[in-house]
Write a protein that binds this ligand. Structure first.
Ligand code: GLC
Ligand code: GLC
Length: 608
């Protein structure tokens, strides 16, 4: 083992656990787990570990997220769908939770009963290993979820705990009286106020109050107990040693709790993330940790750590996602621009850029920026909620409220990309003009997602304009509103994917082209940052990437009107001469006085 790394790990471990009464000899248990995991790593994976450590920053990375059961029923038939991914240019797949969940409602698999087994509805461990092998053969890397904040209440540890075993009760946060739980409730916000209010549940059969952040059946683990970290890390290595390339750590901001706080993003969480980084370096250095932290922008970015103390390699760019939808509704790109320039990432870091995912859209915008434009953040959020649920006059959207709180009027939003950006409404109303505009909006969002530094991540189905599924509520395990945007993949429409005259084919082919163009340009490597050009036109997101002599300018018109851009600002960035648009092959003379843009047009202009 690398001595220096183990020393660093020990320091990080003792930082957390020494004040809690644990010692160097406790660390020995972790050291043993690590050396066993190194021993168990196959020769094949050790070779894979030798690829460039920043492989995931490549311009080749194009991602897709999917639920196996919704996409192809099971793992075996997913293997048969590999040509579909290849045709689309996908090189990275995030498979939604596939470890053995509790029966019945499992929050889409985020309530795990056994981390060392596969959901039997999907297949076996052998099937899964075979899938990874087949995907790797086609240069497709694989991400899976690892839910570390909580287990299902049916997990073996939880069952033992509820039978009175004290060792296992200490793996969770359990209390004899409601004194402490009530105190937590005073400062900890609720994630699911609608269905599962509060942060604890009382169980009469074993007479304990149990802390839970999410649903009643998802019990939070107690990270103050070093045995929890040991178990979690040994499962992490088990997953890494199956051959997955990226491990998505679910809901990380929640893992550490302290009375009197919101129990989100506490400093200790960062120490744990650094521990994950160090332990991963020792065992499976080519595996990347993807952190799921859907919190305020300045809190999200902290989960990358820095060059000195790295944490996650990948994080969801939730901020960009929200800003995209904000720009589409307001036709104003200013928050998108301001936030894009806000953070400088450490060398090992890249965003996962996405337009929507399996979860809802939470309207966490940059409030200072909004105020500086004269918007009241509360009213603005109300506007967005109502715009996207379609009740705002003139809205093109057909989303739904999620976790609406009637006291605060707060809500989040559910819906597929196509339904939120106008396709569903246009189809329902037989509105040809609206239909065309909605496709332009779809293309615009995808084009910006592919242009931004980081990995573009498509939610399965959005590449063929999948619409909201209103039938989900008939399934008793799918009563949560988020299922509206998690429909079965429409294989019955397969013939349309190739026909560019259909919306399915239009979107599919557009994504294919975006991927091809992106992969062709070295300048799309995620290490090359993007700089916003302040053109003074608030409707057009304008940015440039420069690398050596190469330059590429991205222009994205978020309004349904023609826009004119004054070229003076461009000159300040040294932009002159001829540029070619990579999509339309049109040439642009940057010495001219202005650029004209069509409604919702986007340009990727490359210096020629
Ligand atoms: C994450 C998942 C979400 C799940 C929650 C609880 O945020 O993305 O779907 O409900 O964690 O595990
Ligand atoms: C919140 C949480 C996120 C979770 C989601 C569920 O946004 O931060 O982790 O997935 O709620 O809706």
């Amino acid at each position: 083992m690398k001595k220096l790394d183990i020393k660093k790990l020990k320091e990080a471990y003792l930082n957390i656990f020494e004040p809690l009464g644990h010692t160097k000899s406790d660390f020995l248990r972790l050291e043993k787990i690590i050396s066993d995991a190194i021993e168990n790593r196959s020769e094949e994976l050790k070779i894979r570990d030798q690829r460039p450590h920043d492989w995931y920053l490549s311009e080749n990375m194009i991602g897709m997220t999917l639920y196996i059961n919704l996409f192809s029923k099971n793992i075996k038939s997913l293997i048969k769908k590999i040509p579909y991914f290849q045709e689309l240019g996908i090189t990275f797949i995030h498979l939604m939770p596939l470890l053995k969940p509790r029966e019945g409602n499992s929050d889409g698999g985020y309530a795990v009963e056994d981390y060392r087994d596969i959901n039997p509805d999907l297949g076996t461990l052998e099937d899964f290993k075979n899938l990874i092998k087949k995907l790797h053969e086609q240069d497709i890397s694989v991400a899976i979820d690892f839910v570390i904040n909580h287990t299902a209440k049916e997990h073996e540890w939880a069952k033992k705990a509820s039978m009175g075993d004290e060792f296992y009760q200490n793996m969770y946060m359990m209390y004899d009286t409601d004194e402490i739980p009530k105190k937590f409730n005073e400062t900890v916000p609720e994630v699911l106020p609608d269905q599962y209010p509060g942060n604890y549940t009382y169980y009469d059969d074993f007479k304990k109050y149990v802390y839970k952040s999410f649903s009643e059946f998802q019990w939070d683990l107690n990270f103050e107990n070093p045995y929890v970290l040991e178990e979690i890390l040994s499962i992490f290595f088990f997953l890494a040693n199956l051959g997955v390339d990226v491990i998505r750590l679910d809901a990380i901001p929640f893992i550490w709790k302290e009375l009197g706080t919101t129990c989100r993003n506490l400093p200790k969480v960062h120490e744990f993330m650094h521990i994950f980084h160090l332990a991963n370096q020792l065992v499976s250095p080519s595996v990347v940790v993807l952190g799921e932290a859907i919190v305020e922008p300045h809190e999200i970015v902290k989960y990358f750590g820095d060059d000195e103390k790295p944490e996650c390699g990948l994080l969801y760019n939730a901020n960009m996602m929200v800003n995209l939808w904000n720009a589409l509704a307001t036709r104003d790109v200013r928050t998108l621009e301001i936030d894009q320039m806000r953070f400088k990432l450490p060398h090992h870091a890249a965003w996962i850029n996405y337009i929507r995912c399996h979860d809802d859209i939470g309207w966490g915008l940059n409030e200072d920026a909004l105020r500086s434009f004269g918007f009241d953040p509360f009213s603005h959020k109300q506007f967005l909620i109502n715009f996207y649920n379609g009740s705002f006059e003139g809205s093109f959207s057909k989303g739904q409220n999620y976790q609406f709180n009637k006291n605060t009027l707060d809500a989040r939003t559910n819906g597929t990309l196509a339904s939120l950006s106008g396709l569903e409404k246009a189809i329902n109303e037989n509105d040809q003009f609206g239909f065309e505009e909605s496709l332009k909006r779809n293309d615009l969002l995808n084009a910006l997602m592919f242009f931004a530094p980081g990995i573009p991540l498509i939610y399965s189905g959005d590449e063929v304009g999948i619409l909201n599924d209103y039938k989900h509520a008939n399934d008793p395990n799918k009563t949560d509103g988020r299922w509206i945007h998690r429909p079965f993949f429409p294989w019955h429409e397969k013939a349309l994917f190739k026909d560019e005259n259909t919306y399915q084919g239009h979107i599919f082919n557009h994504i294919k082209r975006l991927g091809k163009i992106r992969k062709n340009e070295k300048i799309m490597h995620s290490s090359i940052p993007l700089t916003v050009i302040p053109t003074g036109n608030i409707h057009v997101y304008t940015s440039i990437k420069a690398y050596g002599d190469e330059k590429i300018i991205g222009l994205f018109n978020f309004s349904e009107n023609h826009q004119v851009l004054d070229m003076n600002e461009f000159k300040a960035f040294g932009i002159k001469g001829l540029y070619k648009d990579l999509f339309q092959n049109k040439t642009y003379d940057m010495n001219a006085n202005h650029i004209d843009m069509y409604p919702y047009e986007y340009l990727w202009l490359k210096l020629i």
